[in-house]
Design a protein around this ligand. Structure first.
Ligand code: GUN
Length: 282
């Protein structure tokens, strides 16, 4: 019997407790937790993400500062804005929505975000601290997956976890989080030989490859927990994940759907990280 993981429900429960904590913070320190969101240009997907981030702030009682800059903004002007936010006492977290236009050096802009305000957890220092098992701000999607496993009481310790995908924003931090939680971790990628055999060993399989229905039933061990980070379109233009859900689900103990699985957790974890950033500053 498989269980479909309800990311919306876990996310909603988390938002309630984040809201209560943000309110407690406001009362104790007589100031609101603040998140600055910077968007450059008019990428439609980015616009939806940014809108949802601002809405989430309203929902949990975090003050948002939104900055919409034209695609033609200069490197110097964008840097000046981010440097100002870095120094602003009212701002606990800074998020620069990616991708940035071609003429902008993203790494230069992101390097201006102080580690303590890096609520995306993308900086080398936060990634390094994660690798060292130190307290840090952790990338939202993998951190959300850990919270999901925790909420469901799914044990990680001693389990074999296989992460398919090695991106800096999902695959690598996911592997580190699972390792820090005492799993035996394998990271697979496009050059991995015998991918199917590696995946078949997984008690917990995380798919973050960005290819529709890439993980098929023959790659999944009986009773595995399957986490799908993918957000793709299938041949018919329908939203689908990296996992062939309909055929894989029968083999799983737990599986995340797309949509409604990992996705809802990501923005909730941004709220969580912003609150953490505010608390770390105290
Ligand atoms: N663009 C798509 N996802 C993300 C994200 O998680 N953070 C940022 N900064 N940009 C994104």
């Amino acid at each position: 019997m498989f269980n479909i993981i309800d990311g919306k429900k876990i996310s909603a429960d988390m938002r309630k407790s984040i809201k209560a904590e943000a309110e407690g913070y406001r009362r104790k320190y007589r100031r609101e937790v603040g998140l600055a969101v910077v968007m450059v240009g008019e990428n439609p997907a980015s616009a939806i993400y940014v809108r949802n981030k601002i809405k989430a702030c309203e929902e949990v009682g975090i003050k948002s500062f939104a900055f919409y800059l034209p695609a033609t903004v200069s490197q110097a002007d964008l840097e000046q804005l981010v440097a100002g936010l870095a120094a602003d006492e009212n701002v606990d977290g800074i998020l620069v929505q990616l991708p940035l236009p071609q003429h902008i050096s993203g790494s230069k802009v992101l390097s201006l975000i102080p580690t303590a305000k890096d609520v995306d957890g993308f900086s080398a220092e936060n990634m390094g601290n994660l690798a060292m098992g130190e307290k840090c701000l952790v990338a939202c999607t993998p951190n959300g997956i850990m919270q999901m496993l925790k909420a469901l009481g799914i044990a990680v310790k001693g389990k074999r976890a296989v992460v398919v995908g090695r991106s800096n924003v999902v695959g690598k931090p996911m592997a580190l989080l699972l390792l820090n939680a005492d799993a035996t971790v394998t990271v697979c990628h496009s050059k991995t030989e015998n991918l199917k055999d590696e995946c078949l060993k997984a008690d917990i399989l995380v798919a973050a490859v960005g290819k529709p229905k890439f993980i098929t039933a023959d790659m999944v061990k009986e009773s595995a927990v399957v986490i799908d980070v993918g957000m793709n379109r299938d041949e018919e233009g329908k939203l689908c994940g990296d996992v062939d859900f309909e055929n894989v689900k029968e083999k799983c103990s737990y599986i995340t759907p797309v949509p409604g699985g990992v996705g809802p957790m990501t923005i909730t974890m941004l709220m969580y990280n912003t609150l953490q950033a505010a608390l770390f500053r105290r």
